[in-house]
Ligand binder design. Structure first.
Ligand SMILES: O=C(O)C(=O)C[C@]1(C(=O)O)C=C[C@@H](O)C=C1
Length: 306
């Protein structure tokens, strides 16, 4: 049975994602995303499940940065999980008594409308996770009056749900990924996504355009691009890319080779089945057979044939 580390404690959205992605796995709760990924790197777990992006909040930057640096990990699966937040309190707490709300930063952003409208004078404080916030609020004598978390976290830690579905949008989803130490990779399915990070050679006009061109001329559709600071000073960035296709697809392989030639470093982060099961239309001339045919044609020319 595989053991997977995740952003804990029990009752996080990440745990829910893990239960769906790997129902058979043993679960190892970690204090934060970095600890979950390190458990996978050190072999204390066979892999980890972590949040990567949210449809309202955008990228989970800790995860992006963790995957870009340190010992490499590969994404092997993804999941889109609808997230629904509840306001959870100890028994007998009323709205008027709530002065300090504790929750994960991503939930702070996603519930900003509710807290501004219903709790305008309350301080909203960042917690390591939504379930960690619920666990803390449940402690007698906790300095926090309420947690924003999943309803299930409230049930788990014995809190009362004072308000349900308090997110600013009802259709918010968070994208989670399962990662493992490099080794094997999921087979191509025709509905795949590939992730990588690319570090620019030097800063010059058109540097980003040159990278994008590697995708564009091979008909590879990007699904996410994010710039992250390298830490080496203002204006120094590297780039995260998600795009359609599998590294086994000729057009994707060629785009990766192109990036490898023009970038200082390219870190491959995995090819894995898409959660939305979307099968992209491959542009004319960009299918594997087209690349193979063109290669044969070139070989014939090089061999002296007309
Ligand atoms: O705190 C949790 O419950 C998490 O699983 C983390 C997380 C996130 O990082 O975005 C997951 C889903 C929600 O968007 C809020 C928080």
């Amino acid at each position: 049975m595989p053991k997977l580390a995740y952003l804990g404690p029990e009752g996080t959205f990440t745990e829910e994602a893990l239960r769906i992605l790997a129902p058979e796995a043993d679960r190892l709760p970690s204090a934060n995303v970095s600890a979950a990924l390190d458990a996978a790197r050190r072999g204390e777990a066979d892999g980890a499940v972590v949040p990567l992006e949210n449809s309202l909040e955008g990228a989970i930057t800790t995860t992006l940065d963790e995957l870009a640096w340190g010992d490499p990990l590969l994404i092997t699966a993804e999941l889109l999980l609808p997230v629904e937040f509840s306001l959870l309190v100890r028994k007998n707490t009323t709205m008027a008594q709530i002065k300090r709300v504790f929750t994960h930063p991503a939930a702070i952003t996603q519930c900003r409308g509710f807290t501004a409208r219903e709790l305008p004078d309350a301080m909203v404080i960042a917690a390591p996770s939504t379930a960690a916030a619920a666990q803390e609020v449940a402690l007698p004598g906790s300095p926090y009056d309420a947690a924003i978390a999943a309803r299930i976290a409230g049930e788990h830690y014995g809190l009362v749900e004072l308000a349900a579905n308090i997110g600013d949008r009802a259709d918010t989803v968070t994208r989670f990924v399962r990662v493992s130490r490099p080794g094997s990779m999921p087979e191509p399915t025709g509905s795949d996504r590939t992730s990588l990070v690319a570090f620019l050679n030097d800063d010059h006009p058109g540097a980003l355009l040159e990278m994008l061109t590697e995708f564009s001329v091979r008909g590879v559709n990007l699904t996410r691009i994010e710039s992250r600071p390298t830490g080496d000073g203002i204006g120094r960035y590297f780039f995260h890319f998600d795009f359609e296709g599998h590294v086994a697809d000729a057009r994707v392989g060629e785009a990766l080779s192109g990036l490898h030639r023009i970038c200082t470093d390219v870190r491959f982060l995995g090819s894995y089945p898409r959660a939305d099961r979307f099968f992209p239309q491959i542009k004319r001339g960009m299918a594997d057979a087209d690349f193979a045919e063109a290669e044969g044609w070139l070989a014939r020319i090089r061999g002296g044939q007309a």
